[in-house]
Design a protein around this ligand. Structure first.
Ligand code: AMP
Length: 320
């Protein structure tokens, strides 16, 4: 289970007195779980150290912790650890480069191998799984605790879609099992993540009713500012609707295109087979083979993305 880099990371944690942990913009449960879970592990093992968590707060995920207000001076001589963030432009709070030493811990394809230590395990379900492995395999130097176990379990549940996606491995289940032995309610976490505001529930109904599904299994929907406004929703309310097209029979890959206040579109791409992150990369984004994000400047670029997904879907159907 271990990786020799785990010990190097723990050594650096032991060496520094100030440790600042960042993660990506628009945080999801794995971003917050890995960030706050690691912070909890360090705080418990080394109460004399100053540990900060950086980035914007996400109100809908406040049960996974809140961020610290960090003075600029804190970065002087600090160890900075960035979790769950493939590339530097996506790090929340750009001061992450101002520390003395930088560590990247991530599970996305390593397109931007930044950091003095760069620990990237693309076979891991989540960054939370990696943080838990570091704790469990470094001989008690960063021992697991109840609060960290809860946060890391939430991160794993979030990124695996409650153990639905293929990134869920035997190791994922082993780690989840070890985390569940700590004192927190795994069921409460799953219920929390399965509960949406009424506006998101209404938006979900709209997405399922209005989805365009073509005959090669590509589904798509544009959520304009006008539609979001009708439901009283904003961009961050769209996360729970992203997996929905995949629950419809025959859908192979899909895009949810969320209009931003500036008129461009956030493209949330998902797949149950075809590898879609190359499409995302061609449109200013990236991500995992089956879960990627991109940006489209207008509806014409959205149509290009849908066409590219169709080509992948046809190729996939011809070979499977
Ligand atoms: P999302 O649809 O925002 O949940 O993103 C799904 C996946 O794609 C995540 O793993 C992100 O890391 C990745 N992703 C989303 N947007 C971008 C982007 N603009 N650049 C690179 N990766 C992205």
């Amino acid at each position: 289970m271990g990786n020799p880099i785990y010990a190097d990371i723990v050594n650096k944690i032991q060496e520094y007195t100030t440790i600042i942990i960042h993660r990506h913009l628009r945080p999801d449960p794995d971003a917050l779980g890995s960030q706050n879970g690691l912070a909890s592990l360090i705080r418990q093992a080394y109460p004399e150290k100053k540990v900060f968590v950086a980035g914007e707060n996400e109100d809908s995920l406040s049960y996974l912790g809140s961020m610290d207000s960090i003075p600029d001076e804190a970065y002087e001589g600090a160890l900075v650890i960035v979790t769950d963030t493939a590339n530097q432009p996506r790090v929340s709070d750009k001061r992450f480069v101002k520390g003395d030493y930088l560590i990247k811990i991530d599970h996305h394809p390593n397109e931007d191998p930044y950091g003095d230590i760069c620990l990237v395990e693309t076979q891991a379900s989540s960054s939370s799984e990696i943080i838990a492995k570091i704790s469990f395999s470094t001989g008690g130097k960063l021992p697991m605790n109840d609060a960290a176990a809860r946060l890391l379990y939430a991160g794993i549940v979030g990124d695996t879609g409650r153990f639905l996606y293929p990134a869920t491995t035997a190791v994922t289940m082993e780690i989840a099992s070890k985390l569940m032995q700590f004192d927190f309610s795994a069921s409460d976490i799953s219920q929390m993540m399965n509960t949406n505001s009424l506006k998101t529930a209404n938006l979900s109904g709209f997405v399922l009713q209005s989805l365009t599904i073509n005959d090669v299994g590509v589904a798509s929907i544009i959520l304009s500012q006008e539609i979001l406004g009708k439901f009283g929703a904003v961009d961050s309310d769209t996360a729970p609707v992203v997996p929905l097209p995949g629950t419809v029979e025959g859908v192979l890959c899909w895009g949810i295109f969320v209009e931003q206040p500036n008129g461009t579109y956030r493209c949330r791409l998902r797949s149950k087979g075809p590898i879609i992150n190359e499409v995302a990369k061609r449109h200013g984004g990236g991500g995992h083979p089956l879960a990627s994000g991109a940006n489209a400047k207008d509806e014409s670029e959205i149509n290009d993305i849908i066409l590219e997904l169709e080509e992948l879907a046809i190729e996939w159907q011809n070979t499977h």
